[in-house]
Ligand binder design. Structure first.
Ligand SMILES: NC(=O)c1ccc[n+]([C@@H]2O[C@H](COP(=O)([O-])OP(=O)(O)OC[C@H]3O[C@@H](n4cnc5c(N)ncnc54)[C@H](OP(=O)(O)O)[C@@H]3O)[C@@H](O)[C@H]2O)c1
Length: 304
């Protein structure tokens, strides 16, 4: 049952847990790392810039001097980097309690591609996390009560289907639709992953969240109005925006397949509660098709 005004004070003790957060140096990932450090977790900060990661870790240490932080390099827009990361992670860790698939890019003005040629938002936000999760699945499977929690967005509602006939936006590119597709993919992925955990009787759940509208570096491509005005007037703080994913990852009452986000002002602000995603995200056939396409594109096959 969802309760209101869930805050970081509600996070249960995380001592002894390995929590991996992508994009932990900035915005929502940073605040999630901060909150979970305050509850004793061993936080693995997966960052594409080690310099930025070190600076973020130093900031967390000023608040929590005993924070257990491990900074590891990961570029989700490069399959080789994801594979190297997975190897390095396996060499250090024998369990993974929470995988927080948080990193993302939004509304890149002119189409860009990942190292392997995928449209940047779909490639980073969805395919990168799909590959990462698949490569860490063995650790997730052997960790009791593991969770995979992914950051989506209310903006997934900007599209009502994955466009399978042009998934990488080769025929035409619309920055907001490409972002919406990547965030719809995050939801379809989570719901299918949770169904697969259940079907294979794996002691793990997949949950998903959205932060509402939070002031972070994400809006750097959004133009003056969003970046400066909307961020200052409408947005909630990055700390508030981090609460839904932290709740989805740690609330003992959260169940597999649940989606958490704020509910005030058209889901832009507020404390995390259970919310509903669009109809397209619950389409099980589309989820299976996306899964097959994602395995084919990334070359990562899930061994349930
Ligand atoms: N802020 C909002 O209102 C809002 C709304 C809905 C959804 N979201 C979602 O929330 C998530 C976090 O975004 P944020 O708002 O916290 O923005 P942010 O401050 O820009 O943080 C994004 C993080 O992702 C990292 N990242 C980007 N590309 C990467 C790559 N190729 N490999 C590894 N890491 C990469 C960034 O690293 P660098 O610092 O090196 O760039 C940064 O750490 C995203 O998935 C976003 O779609 C945010």
């Amino acid at each position: 049952m969802a309760n209101t005004n869930w805050t970081s004070a509600n996070i249960p003790d995380q001592t002894g847990k390995n929590i991996l957060i992508t994009g932990a140096n900035s915005g929502l990932g940073f605040h999630a790392a901060m909150a979970l450090s305050g509850k004793g977790a061993n936080v693995i900060m997966a960052v594409r810039s080690l310099e930025k990661g070190k600076a973020a870790a130093a900031q967390i240490k000023t608040m929590y001097p005993n924070a257990k932080l491990d900074i590891m390099q990961l570029d989700l827009s490069d399959m080789d980097s994801i594979k190297h990361f997975s190897e390095a992670f396996h060499a250090k860790y024998k369990s993974l309690n929470v995988l927080m698939n948080n990193a993302g890019v939004m509304a890149i003005p002119k189409k860009e591609t990942t190292r392997q040629g995928f449209e940047m938002q779909f490639g980073t936000n969805h395919l990168g996390h799909f590959a990462l999760t698949g490569l860490l699945l063995d650790l997730i499977k052997k960790t009791p009560d593991a969770r995979v929690t992914t950051q989506s967005s209310g903006l997934h509602k900007g599209i009502d289907a994955i466009q399978f006939d042009d998934i990488n936006w080769e025929k035409s590119y619309t920055k907001w639709k490409a972002y919406a597709q990547s965030k719809l993919a995050n939801l379809l992925f989570t719901y299918e992953l949770d169904r697969q955990f259940k079907a294979h009787k794996i002691n793990a759940v997949a949950t998903v969240a959205h932060p509402g509208f939070a002031e972070t570096n994400l809006q750097r491509y959004s133009g003056f109005v969003v970046k400066y005005l909307a961020n200052k007037i409408l947005a909630q703080s990055a700390q508030m925006g981090s609460l839904p994913i932290v709740r989805a990852a740690t609330d003992k009452n959260a169940k597999g397949g649940e989606y958490y986000g704020p509910t005030k002002m058209g889901e832009m602000r507020g404390y995390p509660e259970l919310v509903k995603s669009n109809e397209a995200s619950y389409n099980t056939l589309a989820a299976k098709q996306l899964w097959e396409v994602s395995e084919k594109l990334t070359g990562i096959h899930y061994d349930f």
